[in-house]
Design a protein around this ligand. Structure first.
Ligand SMILES: [Zn+2]
Ligand SMILES: [Zn+2]
Length: 158
């Protein structure tokens, strides 16, 4: 997928942060860059360790992870092992800024957790459909849910 060239002074990441009403501080940009490169959701511990050389302590990284999650830039999931992992909230075909107005698109991509080695895989092109009937909890309609599929990864069950 080609990205538009960054002709303006503000990078796309800086613009994305500002579009969510946050100041585009250096730790926030660094966290988004890191998660943009990551193939899988990352724990606070691994993010803090990766950014150790930048001089930000764990608490700073954590505060920024929480702020960007609340602002809708990141998604946070506990995949059943009681570790919060963070990943970018990638916009769908339509800008995700309006996702909360579209409850029919309530379901984010699922994650596969290997119950043997603990490896996490984003099933980014997969979807689980939950029909938004009266019995569906508000959390589902508001995307405050994580969908997780467990089993054995290819390495553990060849
Ligand atoms: Zn495995
Ligand atoms: Zn994912």
């Amino acid at each position: 997928m080609a990205r538009a060239p960054a002709a303006r002074s503000a990078t796309p990441l800086v613009e994305a942060i500002r579009a969510r009403g946050l100041r585009a501080t250096a730790p926030r940009v660094a966290v988004l860059e890191l998660l943009g490169r990551a193939r899988t959701p990352q724990s606070h511990a691994s993010i803090a360790e990766a950014l150790l050389g930048s001089g930000w302590d764990r608490a700073t990284i954590y505060r920024n992870l929480v702020a960007m999650t609340e602002a809708g830039l990141l998604r946070r999931a506990d995949l059943g092992d009681h570790v919060w992992r963070f990943e970018l909230r990638r916009p769908g075909p339509r800008a995700s800024a309006h996702a909360h107005d579209r409850p029919e698109r309530a379901v984010e991509h699922p994650h596969f957790l290997c119950d043997s080695c603990g490896e996490v895989t984003c099933l980014a092109d997969s979807a689980v459909e939950i029909r938004a009937g009266a019995a569906v909890p508000r959390a589902v309609r508001r995307k405050r849910v994580a969908i997780q599929i467990q089993g054995r990864c290819d390495r553990c069950a060849p």
